[in-house]
Design a protein around this ligand. Sequence first.
Ligand SMILES: [Zn+2]
Length: 260
Amino acid sequence: MLNNIKKFISQNTGLVIRLDDIAKNMNWDMMDKCETLFDKHNIKPIMGIIADNQDTSLKLFPENESFWKKVKSWSDKGWEISIHGYSHVYKQVVKKKDIFGYGGNSEFYGLSYEEQKEKVEKALKKFNEEKIKVRSFFAPNHTYDFNTLKVLKECGIINIIDGYGLMPYTKMGLNFFPQLFYKLLILPFGIQSTQIHINGWDEEDFKKFSNFIEKNSIRIITFNQAILKINNGIFYKFLNVLVEKILKILRIFKRRGSVT
Ligand SMILES: [Zn+2]
């Protein structure tokens, strides 16, 4: 009995490594170090690629002229290439009315259906030109509205690397892969994705990440493995709602705490 429970937990616990803000201009020294680390442990992360970066904070980093060749090489070795917005410029004001209630500004939220479709189609065109297969998306700043989801579905991008819960789930014809914490941590149960921003890292940050990977590599899974764990059972639906409520309450306290 105990062995069965242990087996169930280990089969349903895993972390997908999601790297955000991968663009032509980025911290390439850190990216190279991470790539060596991933290869050493045979980790296949999700790479959040900005199709045509116009974010001025990222443009301060050195440019890699062979960027798309690099992305293709990652794709060829089985890393998951994901669309992380078209330009990564957030102008749209959200006021916490976005799908996941994060707030903050957005690249997509509030734009018309046609404007959002144009962005997604232009991003897809770029990946197609470079012969790179994509099937997933996560918006800059986690901010979506219903038009974003409608557009993604119509464009055949049905996997969203965002959401609340302990297991990936399906809603409105799209698959959502929970991304719960800013910090790098692994829960004792459930399938989660990280959000990792390596551009601002120093040596100490990399060392911590490297130690985390060494310690937890057995529980780090691929995106393909996460897809197999999509579960729309009533028990998980209940847990997902519970996790959403708890995290939103915790965020309110965190914000209050930061004011005082
Ligand atoms: Zn981003």
